[in-house]
Design a protein around this ligand. Structure first.
Ligand code: C5P
Length: 227
């Protein structure tokens, strides 16, 4: 199923501590942003990319797009103070029915077979997100004391892409805005609307480049793929 991808790229990346947008950091001679964009440039199902950017970084991002020979970027709306606002800006810039994927620009290792499963699943069911089963034991802790051990069999780590029928996400995004509800991912907005969201099993290497350790692991993953 063909889709458009909305990519929030307007964060500040303070946890990376790079002193600038972490998406400009390089892995094997290319920025993280260029690596992520290239995944979708290469995917024949991807019809377009909408990238939310900070106004002050617009020209630098345009240069990156040009240098990496990315042709599918349709628009570069201005992002917001929260990730959710950046995604809302992408939705406002798109307005076309069909399947939309939301994908963090900071996740360059997403596999094409997962993207395709998500797009098909969103077409069939309305909403689907990428995730992996937790590997560790998980516990609720309050004031340094364990309250409860969670049932690991039911716990998943949620990633992006998150895929939706456009009108379903657009409605959820508008409702969240009206209610002042802030989610940490798009699925939360759709859940908040009382709609079902499916899980598509993803891969553990679909990491979000967040802290300096991720850069080291990301470099290793990329080298392995290029071998
Ligand atoms: O900060 P974090 O890694 O959770 O951000 C995930 C993605 O959301 C990144 O690609 C980042 O650029 C983007 N983002 C955004 N607007 C914000 C915050 C984050 O587009 N206000």
């Amino acid at each position: 199923m063909n889709y458009t991808v909305m990519m929030p790229a307007a964060g500040s990346g303070t946890r990376m501590g790079a002193g600038h947008n972490k998406l400009f950091l390089e892995l094997e001679g290319q920025t993280i942003l260029a690596h992520t964009l290239s995944v979708f440039e290469r995917d024949p199902w991807c019809e377009g990319i909408i990238l939310a950017v900070k106004e002050s970084e617009r020209s630098k991002i345009e240069q990156i797009i040009k240098r990496a020979q990315i042709t599918k970027v349709k628009s570069l709306p201005e992002g917001g103070t929260e990730r959710q606002h950046s995604v809302a800006a992408c939705l406002a810039a798109h307005k076309t029915r069909g399947i939309v994927l939301v994908h963090d620009a900071a996740r360059p290792f997403i596999a094409q077979h997962v993207i395709h499963k998500l797009a098909d699943s969103a077409y069939e069911f309305g909403a689907a997100v990428a995730g992996v089963k937790v590997k560790d034991t998980m516990k609720y802790v309050k004031d340094g004391i364990i309250e409860e051990t969670a049932d690991r069999e039911r716990l998943w780590v949620i990633q992006t892409p998150q895929a939706f029928r456009y009108e379903l996400l657009e409605q959820a995004s508008r409702n969240a805005e009206r209610a002042g509800f802030l989610g940490t991912d798009e699925a939360m907005l759709v859940e908040h609307d009382g709609k079902e969201v499916r899980i598509v099993e993803s891969t553990y290497d679909n990491i979000k480049m967040t802290t300096p350790e991720d850069l080291a692991y990301g470099g290793y993953l990329l080298k392995k793929r290029l071998e």
